[in-house]
Write a new protein. Structure first.
Length: 235
């Protein structure tokens, strides 16, 4: 009796629909699982997906102009601090004192022409600044007078030497020291600067020993000796 009751329950429409629903759900679940498995397998066998390159067409417009260069300011010159200007007081120049001419005296015998020690004798410095009739001092007011007399003496020596036949055609330039007496007569002559020829120097000294006295007497306080430059250009 109990077995028949169970078969009747199993064959009831509700039970049948329940079993069919469960079977349908189970089949759908199997199909879904199979579909996922096949999908994974298919994805694994496919190659890498190609990426489509996209080309963007840029409009043909000129590039913008470059920005203007920045103006560089010139460096400012360094500021100079004002310098102190020192005003120097002008120094008073000391006027040079006139040098006293050295007096040379010849030792030994003089020549027959009256020029003491012209041809022979040794030279030594005995005293300096000696003047004819003076005390050894030179006044500023007499310098012009001395200069005029020295020019006259130079002209006198040049004229007298030009009359000498041996020296007329000679070419020389030299400086001599001349000592004079109070009457303007030459007492002694020495060569201060040679002409370059000893023979010519000796000839000029001999010629000066024979010249006449000056027409003009030397100043009383004229410093002795007087340096005179003589020169001649030969023919």
């Amino acid at each position: 009796m109990s077995g028949l009751a169970e078969e009747e329950v199993d064959r009831s429409p509700a039970v049948l629909w329940l079993k069919r629903g469960l079977g349908l759900l189970l089949g759908l679940a199997l199909l879904a699982g199979l579909w996922f498995v096949l999908k994974d397998l298919i994805k694994g066998t496919k190659g890498p997906v190609r990426q489509v390159a996209r080309i963007r067409i840029v409009p043909n417009t000129p590039p913008p102009p470059p920005p203007p260069p920045k103006e560089e300011r010139p460096p400012e010159p360094p500021k100079e601090s004002p310098k102190e200007v020192k005003i120097e007081q002008p120094k008073q120049e000391q006027q040079p004192q006139p040098q006293q001419a050295e007096q040379l005296k010849m030792e030994g015998q003089g020549s027959d022409t009256g020029l003491a020690g012209l041809a022979a004798g040794a030279v030594k410095q005995e005293y300096a600044g000696q003047k004819i009739g003076g005390d050894g001092s030179v006044g500023g007011s007499n310098r012009m007078q001395f200069s005029v007399f020295t020019s006259s003496l130079q002209r006198h020596l040049q004229e007298q030497l030009a009359r000498n036949r041996k020296l007329r055609d000679a070419d020389y330039r030299m400086v001599v020291k001349v000592w004079l007496d109070r009457g303007g007569r030459i007492e002694r002559v020495e060569v201060a600067k040679s002409s370059g020829s000893e023979e010519l120097d000796a000839s000029i000294r001999t010629a000066l020993a024979d010249i006449s006295a000056m027409h003009q007497a030397p100043p009383d306080d004229l410093p002795q000796p007087v340096r005179v430059r003589i020169a001649n250009r030969g023919a």
